[in-house]
Design a protein around this ligand. Structure first.
Ligand SMILES: [Zn+2]
Ligand SMILES: [Zn+2]
Length: 162
């Protein structure tokens, strides 16, 4: 089998034997964003997702290098407004040549799970929500003056008295 004729399995579970027969494989494909709806908590609502894969044969192992990228809708950590964010993560994994299958879908899901934890900001300058009236400070300006201001004023008094 030549690798140009090779059809990428739709479930992304590759047979190790096919990869060995072809002497390795390089491929890329666009995935169905809907299949990743369950990754919402970690990666957001995925709108576009694609992968680039490279399988290299080592003496007793198959080395998989991959890159998953796309666009997902996430919530701004400061103002809570949803926005589209690009993501791009690389992964690599070794598989024994004796393993029957190479489950790339599993690797992609593991990689998407790791996207979580990064602070999502709609912009570096996001002003966030007002802690007093809850308005989005990027869109409206309010006149709230919180206790934080008076507290600082107190401290200032204390210091100046010394
Ligand atoms: Zn924001
Ligand atoms: Zn306010």
């Amino acid at each position: 089998m030549k690798y140009t004729d090779y059809e990428i399995p739709s479930d992304l579970i590759f047979k190790t034997k096919d990869i060995i027969d072809m002497g390795g494989l390089k491929c890329s494909c666009v995935l169905n964003a809907k299949d990743f709806a369950d990754c919402k908590d970690s990666a957001g609502i995925i709108k576009k997702i694609e992968i680039i894969l490279s399988f290299s044969l080592l003496s007793k192992e198959v080395l998989v290098n991959g890159c998953v990228s796309g666009i997902s809708e996430v919530e701004c950590s400061r103002c809570l407004k949803p926005f589209d964010k690009k993501f791009k993560e690389e992964f690599s994994q070794l598989y024994s040549t004796k393993a029957e299958i190479i489950d790339i879908m599993y690797l992609i899901r593991q990689t998407l799970a790791l996207i979580n934890g990064i602070q999502n900001l709609c912009s570096e300058e996001c002003k966030g929500l007002c802690p007093f009236c809850g308005c989005n400070r990027n869109e409206v300006s309010c006149d709230c003056k919180g206790p934080e201001f008076s507290q600082f004023a107190c401290l200032k008094d204390k210091f100046s008295k010394k």
